[in-house]
Design a protein around this ligand. Structure first.
Ligand code: SF4
Length: 413
C-alpha cells in the first residue's frame, strides 16, 4: 500500500539494502525480537545514506513512542493511521526540515480508516482488508494494544473495492483483517461477516473468495450452513488452535476448549468434503509441561490439519504471558517444534497423495522458467509445465505426482 502511494507520486522504489533518499520502515511488534529488528533496521538504513530521511511507521510505533524518541537516526515517526498520508508527511519534511512524531492513541479509534485509492498488487489475487483491531486479548499477544479495538470497514466500501477488482480481471480475493470473525461487531445494525460474504459472492468476475485466519468460535451450524451455500468461498480454512491442551489454552486466554474445537472441525467437515484445514500452534508456552505438550500432540494427530505453522513461544514485553512464571527453555521449545513440524509434513504429504491421478481445478497465478504455479480452492500448490499461456486461468489439470510441498500436474487434452 505504501509502495503504491509512493509510485503514484512517481517515486522510484529500491531495495532497502540499496542507497536511497528515503527509507520507510514499516515496523512489526509481534515479539520482542521483532521490536529489536525494527530498531536495528531503523539505524542500519541511516548508515547506507546519512543524508536520507528515515520514516518509522507501523505497529511497533504504536506501542513504543518513548523508545523511538531516543533513536536519533529517525526523522518521522508515524502511527498506523498516518500511513495513508505518508507521502504528505515526507514532502512536508522535505519543505520544512522539522522532525515529527505523529501517533494517535489507537485505543481511542472508533472507525475503520479508509486508505483511499484502491491498489492492486497481484494479477490473479487481491487482498481485501475488512477490519482492524482485536478485542480478544490473548495473554501472549500485543496486537490489541498496537491495533486497538475492533473497527469494521463499511460493507458498501468493501463491495465497491471488490467490484473494481473484478473489473480489473482479478479472479480471487482474500478477506483479511486482524480478527475477521469480529467483523460488524462495532456496527449499530446487525451485520456480520457472513452477511458481507453473501454480498461478495454475488459479484460477477470474482471466482474465488478465500478467508484469512478465522477465530474458531465463529463456526456455528448456522454460519457454516450459510457459508457452504456460497460457491465462491474456498474450502480452505485457517483456524488458529495454538494448543491442544485445555490448561494451556486457559493460560493463553483462548476462549475455547479442545472439545469445542473438535466439534467445530467436525461441523466444517460435515459441510465441506475435501476441506483443507490449516492452523497455528505455539510450543513452549509458559508452564507447558511435557504432559501438556503430549496432549497437544495427540490432539493434532486426531485432527490432521493439512499444514501447521509452528511458533516457538517468544515473550512479548507488555503482555501477561511475558510475566508468567515457568518460562520454557530454548532447547525444549526447539524439540517440541521439530516434532510438530515432522507431524505437519506427514499430514501434508498424506493429503496431497490423495490427489495423485485425480483431476483438480487450479487457478494459475504466475510463471517462472516455463513452469506455472497455482492453487486449488483448497490451497494445494500445483505446478504445471506447459507452453500454453495459462496465467490467471482456472484449468482442470491432472495430478501426476508430489514433489516436496506441491503437486505436479499436466493439462488434459
Ligand atoms: S485473537 Fe489474534 S490478534 Fe487477537 S489477541 Fe488473540 S492472537 Fe492477538
Amino acid at each position: 500500500m505504501i509502495q503504491k502511494f509512493l509510485e503514484t507520486k512517481k517515486y522510484d522504489i529500491v531495495e532497502h539494502t540499496e542507497k536511497a533518499d528515503i527509507y520507510i520502515i514499516n515496523t512489526c511488534t509481534v515479539t520482542n525480537m521483532s521490536d529489536r529488528k525494527s530498531r536495528q533496521m531503523l539505524r542500519r538504513v541511516k548508515e547506507l545514506n546519512p543524508n536520507s530521511i528515515v520514516v518509522a511507521c507501523g505497529c511497533y510505533v504504536q506501542v513504543a513512542k518513548e523508545e523511538l524518541k531516543k533513536i536519533k537516526e529517525i526523522e518521522l515517526v508515524l502511527g498506523n493511521n498516518e500511513k495513508k498520508n505518508i507521502v504528505g508527511y515526507i514532502e512536508n519534511y522535505i519543505a520544512e526540515n522539522v522532525k515529527k512524531l505523529k501517533i494517535e492513541d489507537v485505543m481511542n479509534q472508533k472507525d475503520f480508516v479508509e486508505f483511499g485509492e484502491i491498489t492492486f498488487s497481484e494479477k490473479t489475487r487481491a487482498v481485501i482488508k475488512i477490519q482492524d483491531g482485536c478485542d480478544r486479548f490473548c495473554s501472549y499477544c500485543i496486537i490489541p494494544y498496537a491495533r486497538g479495538r475492533v473497527r469494521s470497514r463499511r460493507p458498501e466500501n468493501v463491495i465497491k473495492e471488490v467490484k473494481k477488482i473484478a473489473e480489473n480481471g482479478i479472479k480471487e480475493i482474500v478477506i483479511t483483517g486482524i480478527h475477521i470473525a469480529s467483523y460488524g461487531k462495532d456496527f449499530k445494525e446487525n451485520y456480520q461477516l457472513i452477511d458481507l460474504l453473501e454480498e461478495l459472492n454475488k459479484i460477477d468476475g470474482i471466482a474465488r473468495i478465500r478467508l484469512g485466519s478465522l477465530e474458531p468460535l465463529i463456526i456455528t451450524e448456522e454460519f457454516i450452513s450459510r457459508l457452504s451455500k456460497l460457491k465462491k468461498v474456498c474450502d480452505h480454512f485457517h483456524l488458529s488452535l495454538q494448543s491442544g491442551c485445555d490448561e494451556t489454552l486457559k493460560r493463553m486466554n483462548r476462549r475455547y476448549t479442545v472439545e469445542q474445537f473438535i466439534n467445530i472441525v467436525d461441523l466444517i467437515r460435515k459441510y465441506y468434503k475435501n476441506v483443507n484445514l490449516t492452523t497455528d500452534i505455539i510450543v513452549g508456552f509458559p508452564q507447558e509441561t511435557d504432559e501438556e505438550f503430549e496432549q497437544t500432540y495427540k490432539f493434532l494427530e486426531k485432527i490432521k490439519f493439512y499444514k501447521m505453522h509452528i511458533f516457538k513461544y517468544s515473550p512479548r514485553k507488555g503482555t501477561k504471558a511475558a510475566k508468567m512464571e515457568g518460562q520454557i527453555d530454548g532447547k525444549t521449545k526447539e524439540e517440541r517444534s521439530q516434532k510438530l513440524i515432522e507431524l505437519s509434513n506427514k499430514f501434508e504429504k498424506e493429503y496431497n497423495e490423495k490427489y495423485i491421478g485425480k483431476k483438480i481445478k487450479v487457478l494459475f497465478e504466475e510463471q517462472k522458467n516455463g513452469v506455472y504455479k497455482g492453487h486449488t480452492t483448497n490451497y494445494i500448490l500445483a505446478y504445471c509445465n506447459t507452453k500454453e499461456k495459462i496465467e490467471n486461468n482456472i484449468l482442470e489439470v491432472e495430478c501426476e505426482k508430489i514433489e516436496g510441498d506441491h503437486v505436479i500436474t499436466k493439462i488434459k487434452n
